[in-house]
Design a protein around this ligand. Structure first.
Ligand code: MEV
Length: 423
């Protein structure tokens, strides 16, 4: 028996400082570790403690600005929060190349979310369907009674669809289609699902179980398109190789996972900077192929001049109101920098960022390979992690890249010898 236990009653009632002391005893942290985790940036512990439970600290990520974006004729500076080197640089570079041909053309659908109510023990699907559809207006009214704001905007629950699910229970599911306007929509859709469930039980005689939004949003999608001139990206051969890369991603799930991960490098970083729900964005993007029939979220072709045309279609549910988007000041300021005041404009920007990020990755992979660009940045981050400061960082990373020996040990040796020769 170690004597250590993670069973701590009343942990939630303590202050963040008290919790940190308990965690420190459990994990063997020393005073300086505790001092380190108690440091916060612009998100004060008191506010963090209101956002989630059992808070002891906050984490910080670098926020970089992707430049050069022109979307639908308008210039954007795009805040991106991410720990991975070269994402922001690659995105900016892709935007610069797209800009030479007019930038990105983005569109978005209405912000329709789907809420699901699972009905069990129902029997005949067609009968249940007929009963539910016969009460369509009452169901929609009941759902809309949960949001006066949406109703006053002529939005809210708009339609119902009944589906039969191929699960062991033989569940029937009601889809509630809700126009959530500028919200991400999870809260309002969940409340609507819970509101209609007892009524559905009454009219159908079924039992209800799950009552929750779907994170798959085929009715809430954004599209973007851009041209990348062949003379700016390494010529005809690179254009062809990028198209072959996309075709492979669309045919092979192993490659699709990596290809779409690259897209989400960009999309998530913007979502995170503005404190939207990136887990929902991930789930959405990575299950969309079940409905779209395409493993790859992007596609590429060659136009009549031999230039590369890239397109993306991505389901995206982000809000400019509600959630943590306005509670955390920095997130609100990053959205101000982004300059989007509606969820549909926001989705259009995200589609352009996803396309830019994917093009940048495919171009690097189809030309010099991804490691060349990565290595310089990796070398810099190793230099920083061994304690290099100011000009030492560039000096050490340049030597490591030139030598082709990029490692923590080499960075440490180089730092030592620079400091010795300067002392
Ligand atoms: C790395 O985070 C993302 C890439 O692997 C994406 C891709 O391979 O397309 C470079």
């Amino acid at each position: 028996m170690s004597g250590k236990t993670s069973e701590i009653s009343g942990f939630y009632k303590l202050t963040p400082e008290e919790r940190a002391q308990i965690v420190a005893r459990f994990a063997g942290l020393n005073e300086s570790d505790i001092a380190e985790i108690s440091k916060t940036g612009s998100l004060p512990l008191e506010l963090a403690d209101k956002l989630i439970e059992n808070v002891i600290s906050t984490v910080e990520l670098p926020v970089g600005i992707a430049v050069n974006f022109m979307i639908n004729g308008k210039d954007y500076l795009i805040p991106m929060a991410i720990e991975e080197a070269s994402v922001v640089a690659a995105c900016s570079n892709a935007a610069k190349i797209a800009r030479a041909s007019g930038g990105f053309q983005s569109t978005s659908s209405d912000p329709i979310m789907i809420g699901q109510v699972q009905l069990m023990g129902c029997g005949n699907f067609e009968k249940v369907k007929a009963v539910v559809e016969g009460h369509r207006d009452e169901i929609l009214d009941l759902a809309n009674s949960r949001s006066r704001t949406l109703s006053s905007m002529n939005a809210g629950a708009r339609d119902i669809v009944l589906r039969k699910i191929n699960d062991p229970e033989g569940s029937i599911v009601l889809h509630l289609k809700v126009d959530v306007r500028d919200a991400m929509g999870a809260n309002v859709v969940n409340s609507m699902c819970e509101a209609v469930a007892p009524f559905l039980e009454r009219i159908t005689g079924c039992r209800t179980n799950l009552r929750i939004l779907s994170n798959l949003t085929p009715d809430r999608v954004a599209r973007s398109r851009a041209k990348f001139r062949k003379d700016l990206i390494g010529g005809e051969e690179v254009v062809k190789r990028i198209i072959r890369s996309y075709e492979m991603a669309d045919a092979d799930p192993y490659r699709a996972a990596t290809h779409n991960k690259g897209i989400m490098n960009g999309v998530d970083a913007v979502i995170l900077a503005t404190m939207n729900d990136w887990r929902s964005a991930e789930a959405n993007a990575h299950t969309y192929h079940n409905l779209s029939g395409h493993l790859s979220l992007t596609r590429y072709s060659e136009d009549e001049n031999g230039d590369l045309v890239g397109e993306i279609e991505i389901p995206v549910a982000v809000g400019t109101v509600g959630g943590s988007t306005n509670t955390v000041k920095k997130a609100a300021i990053f959205r101000k920098i982004l300059g989007v005041n509606s969820s549909s404009k926001f989705a259009q920007v995200l589609a352009a960022v996803g396309l830019a990020q994917n093009f940048a990755a495919l171009r690097a992979l189809s030309a010099e390979g991804i490691q060349k660009g990565h290595m310089g940045l990796h070398a810099r981050s190793l230099a920083v992690s061994v304690g290099a400061k100011g000009s030492e960082i560039d000096h050490i990373s340049e030597i490591m890249v030139k030598e082709g020996n990029i490692s923590m040990a080499r960075a440490r040796d180089l730092l030592e010898s620079i400091r010795q020769s300067n002392s």
